[in-house]
Every structure is written in C-alpha cells, then in structure tokens.
Design a binder for this molecule. Structure first.
Ligand code: ZN
Length: 316
C-alpha cells in the first residue's frame, strides 16, 4: 500500500508517492497558479493521478491523501481556513478532492507536517516529543508532544516564531514588535549582517558580498567569520544568541526530547552553528540539574519533510 503526501508551497505544488516505510518513491511538482478553488483542487487531483499512472499502480493501492498547507486548517471539517500565500478562505478541499478520489483526505499545517516527518524518521524511534524549528524567511515551528501535533483548540497553536524575545523590538508582520522570527530567521540574519557591514567598512563581509549590501544572504557572515573576520564573528555570535533565546524558551516551556533545526541556515557546518548553539542553550536553560536534557540536532529530511509529514497525517 501507498499514501500520497502533498506539500502546498509558496510557489509550487509538490506531491509524493510514499511507501509503507514513509519514504518517497516518486515525486512530481507543478507551479502554483491561483485562479479558483476548483482549479486548485483539480491541480491537486491531477498531480495525484499523474503519480499513480507513472508508477503503474492502481488507485486501490493508495490508502489516503495527506496535505500540508501554509496556513490554518480545520482538521475535522477538512477545510483550509486561510493561507498566507494564496487567497483561500474556508475551502472544503478534502470534499473537493474526494469528488474524483474517493479516499480519506487529511489536512495539516505545513510546519506541523515537516515536524511530523522529522519525528517519524528521527534516528531514535523511541522519542515521544520533538520540535522542528525551520529558519527561512520567517521562523516556523512544528511541535509534536506525546506523538501528536500540538494544534491548540482552534488549530492555530505552535507559532513559536511569534514569541517576543525583544520587547518593543523590530516590527513583525503579525502586528507585534520583537518577535523571535525578526531576529532568528534568515531575514533577521541578513539584517544583522548589513548593519554590521555599514559600521565596519573594512570587514571581509564586503568582499564576500562583492561590495554590495543587496548581495548579502544568510551565508555572508558565516563565510567571512570562517575567514577570521572579527565583525562577522560578532554577527554570527549575536545571531546564535537570538536563536538560543527562543530555543531555550521552547525547552523551558515544553521540555521536548529533541529540538531539530532546519531550513537554509541549518546547512552551515556544525562547528559554526550547531555546537556553539548547543553551548548557548546549555548555559541559558532552566533545567540544568535534570538527569536528561533536550537533544539539539539538525533536521535531516530537508525539503522532503513536508511531503513525508503530509503522508503521515493519516497515521497520526
Ligand atoms: Zn510576530
């Protein structure tokens, strides 16, 4: 038997045929072009159909479809309440897919799905709890406690990126100031890097960015720090401190067995990112005397986490 996992991204729809070990057998993607709810559901069905046909399997061999959405979903009704990137409001997507695919359709938030994927594939299968922190344009968090996604009574829980860590700090898209994601996301790192460059005209960061602030990305400061540049080392240290503050908040509040770090920034070498971050969290955490401590690790499924996690929704 198989399942189909669908990952609705910002610009693409991706679908994967997933086997019983929850590994991706084959995947297909198409650009996300928004016209109407009918077209959207039709595209999802077309992707699923293309996958089974290409792999020579019948629809009877697919147990269910799981779908991760960047926004709020109503798990019980099978509706997308709203999304951040497309103008969907209260769309009964499960029912619409079931008009052409008569199997169960499960919905989840995309960050939750990615966390579920990492949770299932984490090397130590005995764990019961894991938080995935994804560092991208924002900071996404998916929280798995007692083997289940923490959704909150209305489906909106798990927004760790919007914990305030600097009262009155940087303006956030959510309306508050000083949210964790304004500091710990790749965008936050880029902002810190640019500020430091303007204050240090001789920093190697200028060389790395080819003399242009617009060229700065999430790697600029890490690269210059590796070359020994002091200003860049300070940027990296400041960034890791912000990251550690939020992670420590999550650890103190929920004590998960594992916190995984994913997203583009997490590709930096362990010596530059994971090890100093572990040290900082170790120094900040409340439970220094406890026998067992949360393991801070790198996520390892990368972009596949969304599809695998969506395919796991029916199993949860
Ligand atoms: Zn916010």
């Amino acid at each position: 038997m198989y399942t189909i996992g669908i990952d609705v991204g910002g610009t693409n729809l991706k679908a994967g045929l997933v086997n019983e070990a929850f590994e991706i057998v084959d995947a297909k993607k198409m650009p996300l072009v928004w016209e109407s709810p009918e077209k959207f559901a039709g595209d999802l069905c077309a992707l699923a159909t293309a996958l089974v046909e290409k792999n020579g399997i019948s629809r009877d061999q697919v147990q269910y479809i799981g779908m991760g959405v960047p926004g709020v979903v109503d798990v019980n009704k099978g509706t997308i309440v709203k999304t951040v990137n497309i103008p969907i409001r209260n769309m009964p997507v499960a029912e619409m897919i079931q008009r052409s695919w008569d199997i169960p359709v499960y919905l989840g938030n995309d960050a939750d799905c990615a966390a579920l994927g990492e949770f299932y594939h984490f090397a130590n299968k005995d764990i019961e709890s894991l938080i995935l922190v994804t560092l991208g344009t924002g900071v996404g968090t998916g929280i798995i406690l007692n083997g289940k996604i923490l959704r909150g009574f209305n489906g909106c829980a798990g927004e760790g990126g919007h914990m305030v860590i600097v009262s009155g700090g940087e303006q956030c898209t959510c309306g508050r100031r000083g949210c964790w994601e304004r500091y710990a996301s790749a965008s936050g790192l880029i902002r810190l890097t640019r500020i430091a460059m303007e204050q240090n005209r001789s920093s190697a960061m200028w060389h790395v960015a080819e003399g242009r602030l617009e060229q700065v990305d999430g790697r600029t400061a890490f690269t210059a720090a590796r070359e020994g540049d002091d200003a860049a080392k300070e940027v990296v240290d400041q960034y890791l401190t912000y990251l550690a503050e939020g992670i420590t908040n999550l650890v103190n509040l929920l004590q998960p067995e594992v916190v995984c770090i994913g997203g583009g920034v997490s590709n930096e070498a362990d010596e530059a990112l994971l090890f100093p971050l572990q040290k900082k969290v170790e120094a900040l955490r409340y439970d220094k005397d406890a026998d067992r401590h949360t393991l801070l690790a790198k996520a390892h499924l990368g972009n596949d986490a969304g599809i695998i996690g969506a395919a796991l929704l029916g199993r949860e």
